[in-house]
Design a binder for this molecule. Structure first.
Ligand SMILES: *Cc1c(COP(=O)(O)O)cnc(C)c1O
Length: 376
């Protein structure tokens, strides 16, 4: 069998090589490496993909997207932003970077996403925004989040870096894409993300035209007219070569989501009910695009399984080994809401196994068989 990888970017590329190469060559031919016409084209395709009425601004990466989002909302030092304690560091880093206070909230142990009850407890007079993260490819429970935000006049900035292509279903049956429900949505095109380029990239979504204009301006040195700077901004751009790659890959995104979902269903059917193993929970309100296929390994046996899989040539990853409030950098500046026990427990028990668009049945069978042998 070929080497097993967490993510197979090469295999995915080979299937669309001709078109991707042609688009990249086109950028080189025109030498419009920054702000080439393909950036606008991709941006407009992305708007269509995300849904009617959505404005998109492409930018340098997903972390910038979050930072620009918070800048655009005009938050001020001391303002509190609620964020789940179990997430990638970027979600909270940008809050601290802008002099705002991250308020860590526990996650739901089943979905790994922000707990609604804990979110409510975190409210203070200084709360201005909530950053729900759609972790591993499944939407946070947006309806109660949006309702709570509306009641308390809070902004909602969705961190959609792991869930582009997923849908949330409201209780009245309406379906919306993750990243388009809050005040602003942010995503990343890091190569291993579900829609990834060949370097860094990101995008910011919103429905309010005025706000979109402001976001656009901030990402571009605070200028609308060249050399006339209205607000303090930053320099965050998606370059033309990345846009060219993304333009091709966006056409395949739904197919990619489906391939991941189907692989996940196979894993779950075969791994369900094994001793010490908990397969991913699918919430009824969201589709799951399986950015990661993440098991929970109980009884303190996670590291043991990881080591065992390594001896079988199967890679696995711990996303994430520490809850945010346990990170050195966050200890001093963070407010924690409650004891964050579930976040800590997740950090101790999660294990992500190979998940990508090119998984074969043969590879999955080998992974499944190895995990089964371990549990025996
Ligand atoms: C990847 C990721 C980011 C940041 O994206 P970059 O493009 O790497 O800056 C932010 N939040 C989450 C949840 C992510 O997974």
């Amino acid at each position: 069998m070929n080497e097993i990888k967490m993510v197979d970017l090469k295999g995915q590329y080979l299937k669309i090589k001709e078109e991707v190469d042609r688009e990249i060559q086109e950028v080189i031919n025109t030498t419009a490496f920054i702000n080439g016409k393909v950036v606008k084209e991709f941006q407009s395709n992305l708007e269509q993909y995300m849904g009617e009425g959505v404005h998109a601004t492409t930018c340098g990466n997903g972390t910038d997207a979050l930072q620009i989002a918070l800048m655009a909302l005009g938050l001020e030092p001391g303002d509190e932003v609620i964020v789940p304690a179990f997430t990638y560091v970027a979600s909270a880093e940008v809050i601290a970077l802008l002099g705002l206070t991250p308020v860590m909230v526990d996650v739901d142990e089943n979905t790994f996403n922000i707990s609604i009850d804990e979110m409510k407890k975190a409210l203070s007079e200084k709360t201005r925004a909530i950053i729900p993260v759609h972790l591993f490819g499944q939407s946070a429970d947006m309806e109660p989040i949006l309702k709570f935000a509306k009641e308390h006049n809070l902004y909602v900035v969705e961190d959609n870096a792991q869930a582009i292509g997923a849908y949330y279903t409201f209780s009245d049956g309406r379906r919306m894409k993750t990243g388009t429900m809050g005040t602003i949505g942010c995503t990343s095109f890091f190569p291993s993300k579900n829609l990834g380029c060949f370097g860094d990239g990101g995008a910011i979504f919103c429905r309010d035209e005025k706000l979109a204009e402001r976001i656009h301006m901030i990402a571009n040195h605070g200028q609308k007219v060249k050399y006339h700077h209205t607000v303090i901004g930053c320099n965050s751009r998606l370059d033309s070569i990345q846009a060219a790659v993304l333009k091709v890959k966006l056409k395949h995104l739904d197919e990619y989501c489906k391939a991941r979902y189907e692989a996940a269903q196979y894993y779950t059917t075969e791994l369900k009910g094994l001793e010490s193993i908990v397969t991913p929970y699918e919430a009824g309100y969201s589709t799951h695009v399986y950015h990661q296929y993440t098991l929970k390994v109980n009884n303190g046996r996670r590291d043991e399984l990881k080591e065992y899989l390594a001896t079988k040539g199967i890679p696995s990853m711990i996303y994430y080994p520490l809850a945010l409030q346990e990170q050195e950098a966050f200890k001093e500046i963070t407010k924690s809401c409650g004891r964050l026990e579930s976040s800590k427990e997740c950090a101790r028990s999660v294990l992500s196994i190979p998940m990508h668009t090119e998984l074969t049945k043969e590879t999955m069978d080998y992974v499944i068989e190895s995990i089964r042998n371990w549990t025996k």
